[in-house]
Design a protein around this ligand. Structure first.
Ligand code: OAD
Length: 255
């Protein structure tokens, strides 16, 4: 098998660091079998761009279409498992005292990896774009645990009768304030910032990496392709996060 060589000074830095942030995007879940946002969609949904379905305007125009797309994505997420990249991030969290994972992914696979490895307290996940498995009222914000996907129209809230929707952030919507504030704070105080499997073009998530780098943190990028962030990165590793992250953990901590 092909093995990466990591610079010795990077290994020393990671061994010593006590404050590390990792920002992840759809690329991290790609090896679990989930398509990224920039990939073409499959089957039934081929004719739509995610941007045309993930917006309040799309929901207002055709709520059932948007609901069905999310119902289909929820099923896709339920059918997949975390990959070695997700597990490697949990291994890093076990070894670095102050570890924060900031994700743009709504699939919950980071948390599932941590649960599988029985790591709870040390694995802090900030979800910037929500979670596809949570459903709430589009009007009164009440969360619901049960609903029926097989109805003619979008299920309604038991409290106010409003339409139910996934608890995710759509284009044009504000990010959850508590998650964003905690992410900004983590990016401000970290020594090492990883940007992994994200195209780095969607704000404000993308700006976190720049903020950390400008403040003097070491910026490490792992991506299948160069991105706008690559020129700013102290280290760029091109390839699959599910291969590079486990190799990095092995090289640094020998685990
Ligand atoms: P994108 O789909 O924009 O980008 C995925 C990135 O992952 C690309 O840069 C790929 O090169 C990289 N990639 C693909 N496979 C990879 C692998 N196996 N290992 C490492 N890298 C890989 O996804 P995001 O950057 O997450 O927002 O997108 C950010 C946000 O834009 C999403 O959360 C979503 C989207 O529109 C909302 O829904 C609000």
């Amino acid at each position: 098998m092909w093995t990466l060589t990591f610079p010795p000074e990077l290994i020393t830095l990671l061994l010593r660091t006590s404050n590390l942030v990792a920002l992840t995007g759809a690329g991290v879940s790609q090896e679990s079998g989930l398509r990224t946002f920039r990939d073409a969609q499959d089957g039934l949904w081929k004719q739509y761009k995610p941007e045309d379905l993930a917006s309040p305007q799309a929901f207002a125009r055709d709520p059932k279409l948007v609901w069905d797309w999310y119902a289909w994505r929820r099923e896709a997420v339920k059918a997949v498992r975390p990959n070695p990249g997700h597990y490697a991030l949990v291994e890093i969290a076990k070894r670095v005292p102050n570890f924060t994972l900031i994700t743009q992914n709504v699939d919950g696979l980071h948390q599932l990896a941590a649960q599988t490895l029985k790591v709870f307290e040390t694995f802090r996940v900030l979800e910037l774009h929500g979670n596809i498995q949570r459903v709430r009222c589009s009007e009164c914000y009440t969360f619901t645990e049960t609903w029926d996907d097989d109805t003619e129209s979008v299920p309604r809230c038991e409290v106010c009768g409003g339409l139910l929707r996934p608890d995710v952030v759509w284009f044009g919507e504000a990010l959850p304030r508590d998650q964003l504030e905690a992410a900004v704070e983590a990016a401000r105080s970290c020594e090492v910032f990883f940007s992994i499997g994200t195209s780095g073009v969607v704000q404000p998530a993308a700006s976190l990496a720049y903020a950390a780098r400008n403040r003097g943190a070491t910026l490490i990028e792992i991506n299948a392709e160069p991105t706008p962030l690559t020129l700013k990165a102290n280290y760029f590793f091109q390839g699959k996060s599910g291969e590079i992250l486990p190799e990095l953990v092995e090289a640094v901590w020998g685990a």
